[in-house]
Design a protein. Sequence first.
Length: 192
Amino acid sequence: MSTQTTVSASAQWFAIHTLSGQEGKVKAYIEKFKVVEELGEFIFEVLLPTEVVSEVKNGKKSTKTRKLYPGYIFIQMKMYDEEKRVINKPWYFVKEVSGVIGFVGSDHPAALRQIEIDEIKARIEAANGKEVPKVSYEVGEEVKVNDGAFANLTGKIDEIDPARGRIKVSVSIFGRFTPVELEYWQVERVTE
């Protein structure tokens, strides 16, 4: 006999608003206790979309996992019965998980459209196995140097080396443009 639950035809995807930083705990709790509470016929999948972010600081590369939708997780569940009434058992189970603020849509949450969940899953798939820089810049973008000998000068980005976490910026020194190689964290975007 298979332990795999089949997804009910009336199951839909919903967004759950969580306390900041509690997304992983909420996901783990729901996945663990849906079995204990015998909710396998109502709750099917819980998504916490993440990506791996890399940063090079002082010549050292570090990576960490960043949430694509901070403060939210997504759950595939059977929320409504045939008369479009909320089914109390899974509704209260999810709402009362520690760290859950509530469903997006409050007392009568609207399900995500299939195209929305497809986009979320495509983002997860695109991020899978890839590292992205913590901050991404573009050639030609204007930045302000906020560290080192050239602090407080602005310039335009000439080259970007994401593997090393370095960029080449042309800054104006005594009326001449001079290329300076800096790390990502040493610059910030110039905002209008």
